[in-house]
Ligand binder design. Structure first.
Ligand code: FEO
Length: 394
């Protein structure tokens, strides 16, 4: 399917309607797309990014249907294989084409794709490629998603080809973003899963791209934004260092004791005006869990003690949160045990990356008794006071 953005600019990438998992960890319930863009000037033609290698035939057909007989430049914004994986086949198809990217990306692609060094032309920040009546300018935007990631700006049409940056894992037949509630949800999910660990880099990169006049943002996953402010402002909201007055309780319960603790704590927090998200770590979609982590001020990990330690699902949840580096300011650990163990220490050691204050753990024996519920009441009050201390509660 060929999608026209404007005269001479087409998305010739592939739609992956039924992909359910990305990088073997990220659920993609809406599928995804690998957008690749043809930019035709009156003298030269460029292809920006390619597709997953198993989708190469779709890219090839789109190029043939569009009548692209010659590609002068292949621009590679990012070395991850969902965008670079079909470059070797494209270079075979168009032997005259020069592969344009930055030095870091070249090194990745020589290792990952075995592309010979002589095929590369290396660019630096601000360099341009002249296509005749269209000009491509390169903006280095590291760490959205890898260290070599860059964006390409089409000066005349004011289109930013941002690769993963501002993307979303959504398969659509339409070209431009619409159904904005869904767009917001999927873009936030993508941000949470892929971009959240790089918040400080995102802030710098947004400042950089804001120096350009942008009429469209054309990422390499999901729809194109013809209202670029919509997605830029959403990103600015997500990277804002101030969390919301919200607690995530991520739990595992084997015989209901830990679940009862979770429910008691949640009730007490709600009464105090604090929003609560509860996720069962054995069944929840990790994308939804990651989205909660974008906003919450406090993370509570709740686990039974099993075989003298934390439940493995709780360790996995903590490890994941640690890797995603959310902005949460406070962390708590609660749970129930039969004869003891070191669950709190294990969970805490798996959250070491988070710059968050550790609250006193609450572990109880068996089903919660009245005095155990009082400890949870005290924890709820402590969380309330902590949220108040950072201005989340007036
Ligand atoms: Fe869509 Fe980092 O690749």
């Amino acid at each position: 399917m060929i999608k026209k953005l404007t005269d001479g600019v087409y998305n010739v990438g592939a739609i992956d309607w039924d992909r359910t998992l990305f990088d073997e960890i990220v659920p993609t319930p809406q599928g995804t797309s690998y957008n690749a863009y043809i930019v035709q000037g009156n003298e030269k033609t460029a292809l920006i990014d390619t597709v997953e290698p198993y989708k190469f035939e779709e890219l090839k057909k789109n190029l043939e249907d569009l009548g692209i007989e010659k590609i002068d430049y292949v621009i590679s914004n990012h070395a991850e294989q969902d965008h670079s994986g079909s470059i070797p086949m494209i270079l075979d198809m168009y032997p005259e084409a020069k592969l344009i990217t930055n030095e870091k990306c070249k090194n990745f692609e020589m290792d990952l794709l075995h592309i010979p060094e002589e095929r590369f032309t290396i660019i630096e920040e601000g360099d341009t490629v002249d296509l005749g009546d269209k000009t491509l300018e390169f903006i280095l935007t590291p760490w959205v998603h890898w260290p070599e990631t860059m964006s390409t700006y089409l000066r005349e049409d004011k289109i930013l080809f941002s690769c993963d940056f501002f993307g979303s894992h959504v398969a659509t037949s339409y070209t431009f973003a619409k159904y904005y509630d869904k767009v917001y949800h999927e873009a936030k999910r993508y941000y949470a899963e892929i971009m959240m660990p790089f918040r400080t880099f995102i802030e710098k990169n947004i400042k950089k791209i804001r120096q350009k006049e942008i009429k469209m943002i054309a990422p390499s996953h999901g729809p194109v934004f013809d209202d670029p402010e919509y997605i830029i402002k959403a990103y600015e909201e997500w990277i804002d260092p101030t969390p919301q007055n919200m607690v995530l309780i991520a739990f595992v319960s084997m015989h209901e004791s830990t679940r009862k603790m979770v429910e008691h704590l949640a009730d007490k927090l709600e009464v105090k005006g604090i929003d609560v998200k509860i996720r069962n770590l054995t069944t929840c979609d990790v994308g939804e869990l990651a989205m909660d982590l974008v906003d919450v001020a406090t993370i509570i990990m709740a686990t039974p003690i099993v075989l003298a330690g934390a439940h493995p699902a709780a360790v996995y949840g903590a490890y994941l949160a640690n890797a995603l580096r959310p902005k949460a300011k406070f962390i708590g650990v609660i749970g129930s045990y039969g004869w003891g163990g070191r669950a709190a220490d294990i969970i805490k050691s798996n959250l070491a990356n988070l710059k968050a204050e550790l609250l006193e753990p609450v572990f109880i024996k068996g089903l919660p008794k009245e005095e155990d519920c009082k400890k949870l009441d005290e924890l709820a009050e402590l969380i309330y006071q902590k949220h108040k201390s950072i201005g989340l509660i007036k």
